[in-house]
Ligand binder design. Structure first.
Ligand code: ATP
Length: 255
């Protein structure tokens, strides 16, 4: 078994005349935290959208655990164990916190109509299990006291945690986080770093991260891919990337 969970090669995405992503290649190992950084417009989100099934890449391969997933829609990609959060939190804001976690499991747990209608024992059991798992994640994320609050009314940092819980409850193998520190205060950022460490260690999930907060990226990542103008500049460990003149130039050149 290869130690790479996700392998991306020759990935390109063209929007009309703009080559937003140009021949990007990287791999994410099992239980690795891998970050993609780069100045605004570098193509990070476009890579995410291609990997997660939101865009069909113009060229290239995306392979998850040996199976090609490029071009698959996001719900199919999720069935391969790859789920994501969004730059602007996307929850069912009118539903309660608990309901958000139940809905996340619904496609997995029970989508057979007949057993549901008949309230078969197996159906009741799977419903009870979904409720148990929701309670466990509410506790784990410190959200239990908010279980019956509308998700849209939670403080922003709590909404971000709920979004991560909603991903984790589907038991992914690769969690993609799109700017998870955006809008968080310094204390919440420290908690986020601890959370990512714990998710990887205790739940064996690999993490693919886009983030502008360099403190978080350097603190939490095993390896970092740096992009500029759609192209990869370098991939390396945080200390190597931090001191790479090409990376420093890419960021300073932005000013
Ligand atoms: N749907 C789209 N249609 C046309 N152009 C797009 C589309 N999405 C992104 N782009 C362009 O592709 C380039 C890369 O954008 P992308 O959002 O991937 O960069 P990014 O590195 O994620 O930037 P940021 O850090 O600001 O989020 C930009 O020039 C952007 O304007």
């Amino acid at each position: 078994m290869s130690d790479s969970l996700l392998q991306v090669s020759g990935l390109s995405m063209r929007f009309g005349g703009l080559l937003a992503v140009d021949s990007v290649a990287f791999d994410v190992k099992r239980d690795e935290v891998f970050a993609i950084i780069g100045p605004n417009g570098a193509g990070k989100t476009t890579v995410f959208n291609c990997v997660g099934g939101f865009y069909k890449p113009t060229a290239g391969d995306v392979v998850m655990d040996g199976k090609p997933i490029n071009g698959l829609p996001s719900h199919k990609v999720a069935q391969h164990g790859l789920v994501r959060t969004f730059q602007n939190v996307r929850l069912f804001k009118q539903l309660t916190v608990l309901e958000n976690l139940l809905v996340a499991q619904h496609t997995q747990v029970e989508n057979r109509l007949l057993p549901g209608l008949l309230k078969l024992k197996s159906y009741r059991k799977s419903e009870a299990d979904a409720l148990d798992r929701s309670a466990q994640w509410l506790d784990f994320m410190g959200l239990r006291e908010f279980a019956n609050r509308e998700a849209g009314n939670l403080p922003y940092g709590h909404q971000r945690r709920l979004e991560i819980a909603r991903c984790m409850i589907t038991k992914p193998r690769l969690l993609m986080l799109d700017e998870p520190a955006a809008g968080l205060n310094p204390q919440e950022k420290r908690e986020l770093q601890g959370l990512i460490d714990t998710l990887r260690r205790d739940f064996g999930v690999a993490v693919l991260l886009i983030e502008h907060d360099m403190g978080l990226v350097m603190g939490v990542s095993d390896r970092i891919l740096v992009m500029e103008h759609g192209k990869p500049i370098t991939t390396g460990k945080p200390d190597d990337v931090r001191n790479d003149p090409r990376v420093i130039k890419a960021y300073l050149g932005e000013e």
